[in-house]
Design a binder for this molecule. Structure first.
Ligand code: KG4
Ligand code: ZN
Length: 334
């Protein structure tokens, strides 16, 4: 067993294309966080193939569990809780993680809790910053979500705004495909944008009233711009368009964060999820938040999917809500 103040949680994450297992002490101290990315498996298809992803999670989990326990220097009997991503995510992939987690918890006679993946992204920031506590204002930007939330207490979230259509990560992935960058698109577009100039071929910045986002119009604008350029689009044009696209997405994300912060000041701001690995977003978020609040951006490997954040969310949610209530309905986003 972990100590009374530092109980040990085994986290399992299989919601999309990363298989990850972690051991976290006291919900904050990462003892191990083993991550296997499936990018090589899906690359030739240009995106995630759900059936292949699910099968690969199942094949790799047993070994990753061994590695995570070994890396943490603990044995199964030392664990206090098993925390597994329950949703949102790809149904077949989630089923694998939940099935394995339930099996382990039963075999080891340990309690298990289902974890909301989006809560996990927020808890990555609590790992990154040991003294960070709610209330906080969060911008969660992942492959399927662009959500502005207020975290009022542990396991207590209110959605302030979200995307009406594509999520920011999805928009980056689609733009990358249009620019011939393939999968995984977000990091490739980030690299290309570093060699471009956003002012040379500007794209519109989406603007909806209030705290809502929309990225589908921007995506269409890029499509038309590329179509108009046709064969004449050289490498520098593509880099400039990548930079312009990135600029529009980032400024739109931060415009609403700025509005939310102005409407209800909060001393802690968190930007997290896979898109929070983006170079420009990280730099501009610091500028936009400025001295109004303390900004926490998890390190890159805690922004993209990982099981340490799931273990942390599971630990805190089980403490705040009790095990049963911490089990999340996969159809719920928050
Ligand atoms: O949170 P995450 O790892 O998985 C989901 O929960 O969806 O986020 C994945 C998303 C993908 O859309 C990916 O393209 C995007 O995060 N992403 C990035 C960068 N790194 C990952 N987008 C822009 N720039 C990056 N550096
Ligand atoms: Zn995620």
């Amino acid at each position: 067993m972990g100590t009374a103040t530092q109980p040990l949680t085994l986290g399992i994450e299989t919601s999309c294309d990363e298989t990850s297992v972690a051991v976290v002490a006291g919900g904050r101290k990462v003892l191990s966080n083993v991550i296997h990315s499936q990018v090589d498996l899906h690359r030739e298809f240009g995106g995630v193939v759900p059936e292949l992803a699910a099968r690969d999670h199942l094949e790799r989990l047993p070994h990753l569990i061994e590695l995570a326990l070994e890396g943490a220097g603990v044995q199964s009997q030392d664990l206090d809780l098993v925390a597994v991503t329950r949703g949102p995510g790809l149904a077949g992939c989630l089923l694998v993680g939940v099935g394995v987690g339930e099996g382990l918890a039963a075999a080891w006679s340990k309690p298990m809790t289902g974890v909301n993946h989006l809560w996990g992204h927020i808890y990555a920031a609590l790992i990154a910053r040991p003294d960070l506590e709610p209330p906080l204002l969060g911008l969660v930007v992942s492959g399927a979500h662009s959500d502005l939330i207020r975290m009022t207490a542990h396991a207590g979230f209110q959605v302030l705004g979200r995307s009406r259509d594509d999520a920011a990560g999805e928009a980056f992935d689609k733009a990358a495909r249009m620019l011939g960058l393939g999968y995984p698109g977000g990091p490739a577009l980030d690299r290309l944008a570093r060699t471009g100039d956003a002012r040379r071929r500007p794209l519109p910045r989406p603007s909806l009233p209030g705290l809502e986002y929309s990225f589908s119009g921007l995506k269409t604008a890029l499509l038309y711009r590329l179509r108009d350029l046709g064969e004449a689009a050289g490498p520098q044009d593509r880099a400039d368009l990548a930079a312009a696209f990135e600029h529009s997405v980032v400024e739109s994300l931060l415009e609403k964060l700025d509005l939310a912060l102005a409407a209800a000041p909060c001393s802690e701001v968190v930007v997290c999820g896979g898109v929070a690995a983006n170079t420009l977003l990280r730099r501009r978020a610091a500028e936009v938040v400025g001295g109004r609040a303390r900004l926490t951006l998890p390190a890159l490997d805690l922004c993209t999917d990982n099981a340490a954040m799931i273990a942390s969310a599971g630990h805190h949610a089980a403490l705040a809500l009790g095990l049963q209530r911490a089990v999340v309905d996969p159809s719920l986003n928050w």
